[in-house]
Design a binder for this molecule. Structure first.
Ligand SMILES: Nc1ncnc2c1ncn2[C@@H]1O[C@H](COP(=O)(O)OP(=O)(O)OP(=O)(O)O)[C@@H](O)[C@H]1O
Length: 354
């Protein structure tokens, strides 16, 4: 278990982390979300005693990090995959860590095998691809067989097979009763991996809730209906007290109804349907809705053409909103309006609902 209480970090006048209080519990994968610059990495660094809090505390199984003897046996972390010594082999990088934490040499072979790097164990890590570097970083996190694991953007640079592998690894570790805390900008991936979410914006806690509740509370779910007898369908819906909103392509969107109820209604009135589909909101839409007010960097589509803020787009157009997380994010109050801030792009959501 990780417990934060009033955790705060200031860099000069910038409040990077602002009075964060939450717990990360064992047995589930907890996702850590927030827009760029929200304070996720700073929070994780303070959890590992790599940054000193301005105020507040972090407890790892009830203790401060520096009270842990051989901390790798309590908490393993992947923060920056490039932190390995490039001139050393994968094996020697892990061996050094193992020796300084009194971890048996045999464990190095085990974790190299777990992450699929046994064949390149003797190769210098500076020649590793981004994906191999991520795997080596994950191996170092697993080395002490810790009960708590933290991963900052673990799927960065991994190919689809690698992404699948890390997802299953995190789920399996959580199923063993371990505490898994993971940040990612890949919303579709997070939706498949995390059971619980901590969401922050501008350093402050915005949500501490289950994945299902987060999506339910921050986005819209509705049913799409399409019929060659649209006028008749409209009348029937109206008679039965449903409000239908017409969308592109003659589609009717109905909030607050189930596909079962609408399908039976259409059958009763002998209205032909060409489409009857539940549109579940995606994590990406819910996330953008929630964090709209705390996004620090806003995109511009090109000279003079600003895209709507993610939250505004989330209310109506998931596709456009997704596009807003690509390249070209600008800080709106930047002293240099021409400067762009490169960011991680999120992938599009798997759902089509808005
Ligand atoms: N060493 C530092 N000195 C000054 N400001 C910093 C420092 N580290 C972080 N910050 C600022 O603190 C804020 C939080 O940064 P942090 O890297 O923790 O955010 P993040 O949520 O991890 O962002 P991203 O998703 O882009 O990785 C940002 O405004 C950042 O510029």
């Amino acid at each position: 278990m990780i417990e934060l209480e009033g955790l705060t970090k200031r860099f000069g006048s910038k409040v990077a982390v602002d009075q964060l209080t939450f717990q990360v519990r064992p047995g589930v994968v907890t996702g850590f979300l927030g827009p760029n610059g929200a304070g996720k990495s700073t929070t994780m660094r303070m959890m590992l005693d790599l940054d000193n809090p301005t105020s507040g505390t972090v407890r790892i199984d009830g203790k401060h990090y520096n009270e842990l003897q051989e901390p790798l046996k309590y908490i393993g972390a992947l923060l920056d995959a490039k932190s390995m010594h490039g001139g050393r082999s994968a094996y020697n990088n892990l061996l050094c860590l193992a020796q300084s934490n009194r971890i048996p040499r045999s464990r190095v072979d085990e974790v190299l095998n777990t992450v699929g790097l046994s064949a390149v164990a003797k190769k210098k890590s500076k020649g590793f691809s981004l994906g191999m570097g991520q795997r080596l970083g994950i191996a170092s996190a697993l080395l002490g067989d810790p009960e708590i694991l933290m991963f900052d953007e673990p799927v960065n640079g991994l190919d689809p097979e690698g992404i699948h592998w890390i997802r299953n690894l995190m789920k399996a570790l959580a199923a063993e009763g371990r505490t898994i805390f993971v940040s990612s900008h890949l919303m579709s991936e997070m939706a498949l991996t995390a059971d619980h979410l901590i969401v922050i914006g501008q350093g402050r806690l915005l949500a501490d809730t289950s994945m299902a509740d987060f999506i339910h509370e921050n986005s819209r779910s509705y049913v799409r209906l399409r019929s060659p007898q649209q006028e008749r369908l409209r009348d029937v819906l109206h008679q039965e007290g449903f409000t239908a909103v017409e969308a592109e392509g003659g589609v009717l969107e109905i909030d607050g109804a189930t596909t079962e109820a609408l399908g039976e209604l259409a059958a009763r009135h002998q209205v032909v349907l060409h489409e009857l589909s539940a549109q579940r909101a995606s994590l990406e839409e819910a996330f953008m809705q929630m964090t709209a007010g705390s996004v620090e960097y806003h995109a511009h589509s090109g000279p003079g053409g600003a895209l709507p803020a993610p939250g505004a787009a989330a209310a109506g157009a998931a596709g456009a909103a997704g596009a807003g997380w690509g390249e070209g994010w600008n800080k709106p109050d930047s002293a240099d309006p021409g400067s762009t801030t490169g960011t991680e792009g999120t992938t599009g959501s798997t759902n089509e609902g808005a």
